[in-house]
Design a protein around this ligand. Structure first.
Ligand code: S3P
Length: 172
């Protein structure tokens, strides 16, 4: 399968970069959170509140098994936890080239400031929660084929780094 799978923490830029990357490559674009919201008929935060995180993780797993597997020439932007749970990572890897977008905790915090649709960091101390989750998830994110630190980059600069890597050019 020749897809591009974007993994990485909330606020690392997966959706924006994914959309622009798809455009540059002439690929389709899908966002797993949007797909889940559409089929559940509710927002992610509502799914967490009414059915719990485990139900959401099951929806993510089912999405890989039922819908993502059928894609070709698509950029797939995944929710930040999708690669972490239910042995999803090897399944996602089979779909194409896996690229991780990363960002420093303080940048993530700034980018997500004021957004109420991330239930996992809707806590009294979001910075601490971000650091804890990043620490726990690092070993999964590190398994991507290529990583771009987006902390100081514009979306188009991130896209260019990915395009250079795909073209086997040295990445500055
Ligand atoms: C989550 C990330 C979110 C969304 C859900 C859980 C996570 O997606 O799937 O709130 O576990 O990191 P984004 O990474 O697109 O924000």
């Amino acid at each position: 399968m020749s897809n591009i799978i974007l993994i990485g923490f909330m606020g690392s830029g997966k959706t924006e970069v994914g959309r622009r990357l798809a455009q540059r490559l002439g690929y389709g674009f899908v966002d797993t959170d949007a797909m889940i919201e559409q089929s559940a008929g509710m927002r992610i935060a509502e799914i967490f509140a009414s059915q719990g995180e485990a139900a959401f993780r099951k929806m993510e797993r089912d999405l890989i098994l039922r819908q993502l597997k059928a894609l070709d020439k698509a950029v797939i932007s995944t929710g930040g936890g999708m690669a972490i749970f239910n042995n999803n990572l090897p399944r996602l890897k089979k779909l194409g080239k896996m690229i991780c977008l990363s960002a420093r905790p303080e940048i993530i915090l700034k980018r997500l400031d004021g957004q109420s649709d991330r239930p996992l960091i809707n806590t009294p101390n979001p910075k601490e929660k971000i650091e804890m989750l990043l620490c726990r998830r690092r070993e999964y994110y590190e398994q991507a084929d290529f990583t771009v630190d987006t902390s100081e980059l514009l979306a188009d600069e991130v896209v260019q780094k990915i395009l250079d890597w795909l073209a086997h050019k040295p990445v500055a």
